[in-house]
Design a binder for this molecule. Structure first.
Ligand code: ZN
Length: 182
């Protein structure tokens, strides 16, 4: 996994870039939750669930399908007051799906560990993209404070934080131009 903070950065950048101004506060906490919940599957290691198992780390819970399930659940529970199939309702659904799915997709750009079950539950194959520039993050805290941790941070700054910042800058510029042009 890229480190937790980088998954959160994607959620926050996407929110800043695309969310309407008047979203409620819990929209932000749910977005952050969507971006990191897939890694809760590491708990499986303590229960003897092997890495390559269907429910193992980077398995089903890292799939876009699970992201869709989670998104439907969150919108159904936390945005009950929003009219179903309204523009706002669709935005929440698509946004939470995108942020959840971004987790497994980012992980598929990492350089180690097992691949990601991106097509689970339909296909349990673990996938990596052919181009994997993000140095895989260690599982656990201690190895992070080594050379390995440093190269993880460097690669995440270049391949995650920089594109996220550019996204926010470009989208806010475009919005400003459109607002002035109106
Ligand atoms: Zn992960």
């Amino acid at each position: 996994m890229p480190s937790v903070m980088s998954h959160v950065a994607v959620a926050v950048a996407a929110g800043v870039a695309f969310a309407p101004r008047d979203v409620p506060t819990h929209f932000w906490s749910l977005s952050v939750a969507c971006s990191i919940i897939p890694d809760a599957d590491v708990i499986g290691f303590s229960f003897g669930i092997p890495y390559a198992h269907f429910f193992g780390h980077r398995g089903f819970f890292h799939s876009p399908f699970f992201g869709l399930m989670m998104s439907i659940f969150l919108v159904g529970v936390f945005f009950r007051d929003v009219e179903i199939f309204s523009r706002r309702w669709l935005f929440y659904l698509i946004f939470f799906f995108f942020v959840s799915a971004s987790h497994g997709i980012l992980d598929a750009f990492t350089s180690g560990g097992l691949g990601i079950a991106l097509l689970s539950p339909f296909d349990k194959t673990r996938y990596f993209f052919p181009w994997a520039p993000i140095v895989v993050s260690p599982i656990g805290i201690e190895p992070f404070f080594t050379k390995w941790g440093l190269s993880v941070i460097k690669s995440e700054l270049v391949w995650i934080w920089l594109p996220c910042s550019l996204l926010v800058i470009v989208v806010s510029r475009v919005i400003r131009v459109l607002a002035v042009g109106r």
